[in-house]
Each structure stands twice: as C-alpha cells, then as structure tokens.
Design a protein around this ligand. Structure first.
Ligand code: DHK
Length: 145
C-alpha cells in the first residue's frame, strides 16, 4: 500500500501553545496519533517543517511514492508558488486543511493558492479535521484500488 502523506507547514510545531483561542490546545503529536488511528492499515508519512523547501521536497516524495496528500500549508498557503508548483505535479487526491476557518479571519488568510489545486478543503473544524480528512482519503484510495 502506498502511504498517505500528512504535511504541516510553519508554526504548527507550536500547536497546543500557539494562540489556543484560534488553534485549540491539541498538540501536533496528538494530531499525529489521531491521523494514524484514522489511517488504519494505510501507512502514514507525517511531517512538519518551518522551511518551504522541505515541504516542497516532501510533495516530490509523495508524487513518487504516495497515494494521497493531506496538507496544512499554514502561512505558505497564501504566497508559495514553489509549493503550488510542486502540488500541481501530484497525480492523486489532495486535501488542504486549516484548523481555523481562514475565511472568517483577516483578509490576508482568505485566498489560498493551494486551494486552486486541492481536491477538497477543510477549514474551521479544529484538530478533528485531520482524522476526517484521512478517513476521506483512505476511502477514496481504497475505491480506486
Ligand atoms: C495555520 C496557520 O499557521 C495560518 O497561517 C493559516 C492555518 C491557518 C490553520 O488554521 O491551521 O492561515
């Protein structure tokens, strides 16, 4: 089985302590456990980085080896052409996830470049959006086997 890549962008390593009124108190380590639970038998490659180039390289790895991508690009959602270009190469399903509802926040968060290539977008469901997205990806990948 090809793995599901779960990729997290800048500042998400601070979840739990980062603006809990917006992002909640669930840590990224706890989210990783939730994702692995939702993935069942599917292998998961779970990463977080504050560096744009690392996120790009993991998208390349997913393009070569992965079944699906769940990505929270964080602040890179809105300005990263390199990340957008990398995601355009991925042949499988992509779910873009934001813990917060970016459309209810400041204007700078309203237009995600990643949404122009994502299969679907989840925003505002908090950390619980992650296992929901994984469930959806697993179902889709299973159906296409
Ligand atoms: C996380 C971030 O770091 C912000 O830059 C995004 C996203 C929102 C989130 O809600 O998970 O705008």
């Amino acid at each position: 089985m090809k793995p599901i890549f779960i990729l997290n962008g800048p500042n998400l390593n601070r979840l739990g302590r980062r603006e809990p009124g917006i992002y909640g108190t669930t840590t990224l380590a706890e989210i990783k456990v939730m994702c692995r639970g939702a993935a069942g038998a599917y292998p998961v490659r779970f990463h977080q980085t504050n560096a744009e180039h690392e996120l790009v390289e993991w998208v390349h790895e997913a393009t070569d080896e992965g079944a699906g991508i769940l990505i929270n690009p964080a602040g890179l959602s809105f300005r990263s052409i390199p990340l957008l270009d990398a995601l355009k190469m991925f042949p499988g399903p992509i779910v873009e996830l934001h813990i917060s509802n970016i459309h209810r926040r400041e204007e700078i968060y309203h237009r995600s470049l990643v949404s122009t290539v994502a299969t679907g977008v989840i925003a505002g469901l908090g950390a619980k959006g992650y296992p929901l997205a994984v469930n959806w990806l697993v179902e889709l990948v299973e159906a296409s086997r």
